[in-house]
Design a protein around this ligand. Structure first.
Ligand code: 5RP
Length: 247
């Protein structure tokens, strides 16, 4: 089976979906190594298109796909890809994942979908992390210029009040325990059985690594959604169907 050329695809009615698909398809076409053995599959709505394109690759049966969430496990099955887990296969050739915001140095905020821990785990085991996103995710300079919901932080449930106080002491303007849609639904519970807190530190124009290390050092914090110096390339789909690549 040969791969359908990106330029000859039927356009999608929604320009945002068109942008996501353009970024994801181009990133897959340009980056999956010919001899890939393990490919990481991130989470979110843009990754849906990456999994779709990976499922169209003529050599898809040659590699095993590693999920970063329950959602991405389903994507692997839905696209008839080979499945394995990160505790079986520690050396991932390349991972494709979405982001909530990416700065000009390719640092990013992730975790809008509450999957940040497994996403960071798989990314940290990957030779390459390629981000795929639509135009709204590209920050002109700093993180949290566009993304105003705060830094997602995964915490052990019993520690959330303690961590909230610590974050306020670190200078967070507000810290929210993420709720499952409505207050009545209760807190969002991650695939790892933890909670997500969203901490608003305003625009992050200081040293991101220092802030990240400080938060990660708190007892009760499992991981943050700040991905510092982890991304090799980012593909942003634009409204007109073109793609901007940062590396
Ligand atoms: C999930 C994530 C997602 O990759 C991020 O929220 C982007 O999602 P989308 O592609 O739907 O905009 O980090 O934890």
């Amino acid at each position: 089976m040969t791969l359908v050329d990106i330029n000859s695809l039927e356009p999608l009615a929604d320009p945002l979906e068109q942008a996501k698909r353009a970024a994801a398809y181009m990133a897959v076409d340009q980056n999956v190594p010919k001899d890939a053995k393990f490919v990481g599959i991130g989470s979110g709505s843009t990754v849906v298109y990456a999994a779709e394109r990976i499922g169209q690759l003529p050599n898809k049966d040659q590699f095993i796909c590693i999920p970063t969430s329950f959602q991405s496990k389903q994507l692997i099955f839905d696209n008839d890809l080979k499945f394995g887990t990160i505790d079986q296969y520690l050396n991932v050739d390349i991972t494709f994942d979405g982001a909530d915001e990416v700065d000009s140095r390719l640092n990013c905020i992730k975790g809008g979908g509450a999957c940040l821990f497994q996403e960071k785990l798989v990314a940290s085991c990957s030779k390459k992390l390629v981000i795929i996103a639509d135009y709204r995710k590209k920050s002109p300079r700093y993180l949290a210029e566009n993304w105003r919901k705060g830094i997602p932080i995964e915490v052990v449930p019993i520690a959330w009040i303690k961590v909230k106080n610590d974050l306020i002491n670190f200078g967070a303007r507000s810290v929210q325990l993420r709720q499952g849609g409505t207050q009545k639904a209760g807190p969002v519970v991650t695939d790892n059985g933890n909670f997500i807190m969203d901490a608003d530190f305003g625009v992050i124009d200081g040293d991101i690594k220092v802030l990240n290390d400080k938060i990660r050092g708190l007892v009760g914090v499992v991981e943050t959604g700040l991905f510092v110096d982890m991304v090799e390339k980012a593909y942003f789909g634009n409204k007109d169907g073109s793609v901007t690549i940062l590396f």
